[in-house]
Every structure is written in C-alpha cells, then in structure tokens.
Design a protein around this ligand. Structure first.
Ligand SMILES: C[S@@+](CC[C@H](N)C(=O)[O-])C[C@H]1O[C@@H](n2cnc3c(N)ncnc32)[C@H](O)[C@@H]1O
Length: 199
C-alpha cells in the first residue's frame, strides 16, 4: 500500500512558492514543549517541513535539525528560508535506525493513507533513539477524505489514532484536541500527539 498520495504531492509541487510564503504562525508553545523533551543540542528529524518555518524555530533553540519534505519544490523553498540544504524524503523512504532524539511531523502525516499509517509510524519509532520524542498533528474526523484542493486526509479520531500508534511501543502517548484553522480557511479540529519511545 503506497504511503503517498500523488494528487496531494502534486498540490505541494504546484503551489510550493505560495504555500511556503503563506502567513503562518509557529506553534511556539508546542515547539518549546518538544525541545524540553530533548537533550541540549539533540538531533531532530523534521518530516514534511513545508516552508521550513518549524525547522528554523528548532534550529533557533540550538537543536541539530535535519529538515526534509517529499515535494522537491517545497524542499527548495525551505532551503531558501533556512540557508542550508533540505533533503527530499518521502515518508515511506525513511529508513533510519535509532538516529534521532526527536521527530517533528506537524500537519504532514495527516496525508498518509489510513492503511499505510501504521507502517510509517513504525518507521518513525525505529528512527528514534530510546526515550526519543515524536510530535505529530492531524486534522480530526471519522473517515478519510479530500479537501477542496484535492488533498487527501486520513481524518482520524483520537481513539483510532491511539490504536494506530499502538500504545505498547511507546512509554507515553499524550493526545489533545483543539480548534484551529488551515490553508483551506475552514474551521478545523486538530489532534496533537506527543509520544515518547520506550527507553
Ligand atoms: C500541510 S503541509 C505542512 C507543512 C509544514 N509541516 C507546516 O506545518 O507548515 C504537508 C507537508 O507534507 C508534505 N508531504 C505530503 N505527502 C508527503 C509524503 N508522502 N512524504 C513526504 N512529505 C509529504 C508536503 O509536501 C507538505 O510540505
């Protein structure tokens, strides 16, 4: 089962410049919480980094960040913002083993087809060192679907997501739901998941 959706990636190729340049407020409270879970100068992998704004904030906290995105055009936009190379990495090609203290995946794994998500979360788990931290956010819902731009979303409930993570693999899994917005301008319920890998 492919972990990528070609219409979704097509959107992030076509709209890269506009998307990367949109007004976007960094979620500094969650960035601080994530940074507080890591050793000073710890190594962080960012998946689906988009325009690179969160990598910039994490670098600003003295972390060693590897920003990546599956859209070559967005990776180029992030590289321009960060002044450093940004790797093109599809989620399904993540193949690291105990290499990172943290993985930051804001609003990107929401594009992974439901059937493929457990395998991608297992890859993130493998990429983390024992005790490593994993942040991801998802648009909440009950059934997968597409938005008005044709982008695929897995739209999980908290319960479905908890089962998909598999609680035995994680020392802790904290999930909160709150209202917010998105690029489509629609009011959105967001799920924020902080997981810590077993030591
Ligand atoms: C909603 S945007 C979020 C970008 C950024 N994390 C942010 O919060 O602004 C989703 C990002 O995931 C990337 N993406 C989508 N499918 C992907 C895949 N299969 N592998 C890697 N990246 C993917 C897109 O290119 C895009 O940058």
């Amino acid at each position: 089962m492919p972990a990528r959706d070609s219409a979704t990636l097509g959107f992030y190729v076509e709209e890269a410049e506009t998307y990367a340049g949109r007004g976007r407020e960094a979620d500094l409270a969650r960035i601080e919480r994530f940074a507080s879970l890591l050793p000073a100068g710890g190594q962080v992998l960012e998946l689906g980094c988009g325009g690179g704004q969160d990598s910039a904030a994490l670098l600003g906290r003295g972390l060693e960040v590897t920003p990546t995105d599956g859209s070559p055009e967005l990776a180029a936009q992030a590289a321009l913002r960060l002044g450093r190379p940004v790797s093109v990495l599809l989620f399904e090609d993540l193949d690291a083993s105990a290499a990172y203290d943290g993985v930051w995946a804001k609003a990107c794994l929401l594009h992974v087809p439901r059937t493929a998500l457990p395998a991608i979360i297992a890859k993130v788990h493998a990429a983390l060192r024992p005790g490593g931290a994993f942040y991801a956010s998802f648009k909440a819902g009950e059934a997968e679907g597409r938005d008005r731009f044709g982008r695929y979303y897995n739209y999980p409930s908290a319960e479905w997501l908890r089962e998909t993570y598999g609680t035995s693999a994680w020392h802790s899994l904290d999930m909160t739901e709150e209202s917010g917005g998105g690029y489509d301008g629609q009011p959105t319920r967001w799920l924020h998941a902080f997981a810590i890998k077993n030591a």
